[in-house]
Design a protein around this ligand. Structure first.
Ligand SMILES: [Fe+2]
Ligand SMILES: [Fe+2]
Length: 156
């Protein structure tokens, strides 16, 4: 009887460690997307040309700082879960056209939001509630970034 109980506990342990490994893998993808976002926001904030883009260029600088905050938090969460934060970012994109720069950023934000939604579901399924709360704080800033970009592109 106690043997059955032990094996059940071992099964539960195996299940949670495999979901933890999946979460770490996913968070490293998220971290790589944050590095890419930092690079793009730094570069695009100075590369955007045109009087009509003055406001959004200032907002992109703020996005860059917030993406760094997200990268630091995601790295901290990976470390806490026993993983190693990646040193490799997703490849940054570039365009010499101001509108295309904003479209690149918008697609990036939408991809990021989709992935954080999935990560929040995984965290909650694994009972990692502190992680899901940290991710909710991040996703609300990503949604603000998406709104800023849509406003600048006249999509709202
Ligand atoms: Fe971010
Ligand atoms: Fe963002």
């Amino acid at each position: 009887m106690s043997k059955r109980k032990d094996s059940k506990a071992a099964d539960a342990g195996a299940a949670s460690s495999s979901s933890r490994a999946e979460i770490i893998t996913g968070l490293n993808e998220d971290l790589a997307r944050e590095y890419k976002a930092i690079i793009q926001y730094v570069v695009f904030s100075v590369a955007l040309k045109g009087a009509e883009y003055g406001d959004i260029a200032e907002q992109l600088k703020k996005h860059a700082s917030q993406e760094l905050g997200h990268a630091l938090e995601v790295a901290r969460q990976i470390d806490y879960l026993g993983g190693n934060p990646t040193v490799v970012g997703k490849e940054a994109e570039f365009s010499s056209d101001s509108k295309e720069m904003l479209e690149i950023d918008l697609r990036g934000e939408q991809e990021t939001i989709k992935n954080y939604r999935q990560r929040i579901r995984q965290a909650e399924a694994a009972g990692e509630y502190a992680l899901s709360e940290a991710l909710r704080d991040i996703i609300s800033e990503e949604q603000d970034h998406e709104i800023d970009l849509k406003d600048a592109l006249g999509l709202r």
